[in-house]
Design a binder for this molecule. Sequence first.
Ligand SMILES: Nc1nc2c(ncn2[C@@H]2O[C@H](COP(=O)(O)OP(=O)(O)O)[C@@H](O)[C@H]2O)c(=O)[nH]1
Ligand SMILES: [Mg+2]
Ligand SMILES: [Zn+2]
Ligand SMILES: [Zn+2]
Length: 451
Amino acid sequence: MAERCPLCLGALSSADALIRFCPCHPNLTDRFLVTPENYRRIFCQHPQCNDLLTIARQTFLLHEGCESQNPFWKNGQVIVPPQVQWTDKDDRVHLVKHWELALLEQIAEKYPGRREMWFPALLFRAANRDRETSRVGTLVKLSGARNVGKTTLAVMALNPWSYACGERTPDLGHIQSDHFVYAFNERLAQPETVFAQALEPSWLFLRAETTQQWTYPTSRLIKANVRAVFVRPKESMASLPTASRDEINPMSLLWRTFKRATMGPYIAVPDGESHPPPSHSAVVFLDTAGEENEDPYSVKLGTLEECVDVIAVTLDATHLSHFSGRTSFDARMSIPVAVQRIKSIATKRARRCLIVTKVDLVSGGLQPLEKEYVSKIAQDGNLHPDCDKQMLLAWLAEGDSKEKELAALVSGEAVHKVFFIWTEGLGVLGGDPPRAIGLLRFVAWCLNEGA
Ligand SMILES: Nc1nc2c(ncn2[C@@H]2O[C@H](COP(=O)(O)OP(=O)(O)O)[C@@H](O)[C@H]2O)c(=O)[nH]1
Ligand SMILES: [Mg+2]
Ligand SMILES: [Zn+2]
Ligand SMILES: [Zn+2]
C-alpha cells in the first residue's frame, strides 16, 4: 500500500497503523495496518459515502505514533474550544472559528486521548500515488530565502479569490476550492495559537474580510507546515476555448487533468480494486523556514526534497538588479539562496521550477511588451509556456555575476519551468481580500506531469 504519511512524511510499512473516522458516519471507525490489501479501508464503509464535495464532510485518518501532533492535545487529553482567540502585538484581538476546529472537536469525543493530528483521506491519496496514469495530488516544497513570499504563496493558494479567473468573486469563477491546514510548534506554550494563526486567512477569505498580517514566520523546529488546496473545476470549464498550438490555457489544462484523474472506474495501484474517484485534485504546499533554506547543509531539507513531486524555488522580483540596481547581497538574499538551492536539487527526482514573486512591486519598471504578458498572466489567458522564462533571462542578463550564474541554471536542465506569481491587495484593508495572480498556471502544471 501507499507509502507516506502526509503530515510527518514518514514512510509507512505494514507495522504502521492508520485510524479512520468519517464525520458523517462516526460509528464506522476502523483501525488497520498499512498493507496493500487494506487500502480499501481508508474509505468509509458506508455504501453512500465518499462522494461529498466538502473536505469537512469526508473521511479523516490518523497515523498512529505520528510525530505531527494535534495542537489541542495537552496532558493526555484533546480539548478543542469552539473558537481560538489571541491578542497581537498591537493589541488587536483575533478570533478564529474554522471547520477544522469543529471537526477535531467531533473526533475528540470518540478519541479523547490521541496525541496525533488527523488529516483528510484525500490528502493521504494525494501524497501517495494511488493510480499510475493520473494523480490525485502533488506535493510541493517551497524553497527560498526569508521574506521572499513562500508562506504568502501557500496561503493565497488556499484562497478561493485566487481562482476567480478574472471574476470579481470566487462564486463566479470556474473553480471550486477547499483546503486543509496544519501548523505546529511544540516549543511554544500555545501550539493552538500557532495553528489558529495558520487557519486565520482561510477563515477570513470565506467571510471576505482582510487583515494586516496574513503570514507568520514558519518554525525551524518542525519539518514543514502543510497547506493543501483541493480544486474541483466546474462543468462550465468544459466549454472554454482551447489555446492555439504554441500556447497553453491554464484553465483548459486543469480541466483536462481533472477529468482524467476522476474518470471511472478508478482502479487504485496498491490493491488493483475499483475505488471512489477523488472529489478534487490536490496541491499540497510544504512550507519550511527561510533560515532552514539559507543553510546550505540542512539535512532536513535534503530529506524533504526526496519525497516531494515538485520543488519550487522562489525569487523576489525586487531583488533583481534590473529593477533595484546592484545593492548589497544582504538586501537581495533571495538571489544567492535560489542559486544555492537550485544547485543542490539539480539531480532530484522532483520536477523543479523557479517562482518569481512580488511582480506587482516592479510593474512600474516593465517594458510595454512585458506589461502585456503580465496582464495576460493576470487574466489566466492563453500564453506561450516559456514567456516568463524569457523575460526573467532578459533581466538576469543585465545583472551581476550571481544573476548570470542563476541565468545559466535557469537555461539548463536544473530548472524545468519559470512562473511569475504574485499577490495583489495585501496591504489593503476594507476592500476585497487579496488574491494571488498567475497561480492557476502553476497549479495546472503541478497536477499535469506532461505540461
Ligand atoms: N507586494 C507583495 N508583497 C508580498 C508578496 N508576497 C509576499 N509579500 C510580502 O512579503 C513579506 C514576506 O512574506 P512571507 O510570505 O511571510 O515570506 P516567507 O518568509 O518567504 O514565508 C510579507 O510582508 C508579505 O506581505 C507579493 O507577491 N507582493
Ligand atoms: Mg514563511
Ligand atoms: Zn461515511
Ligand atoms: Zn505521520
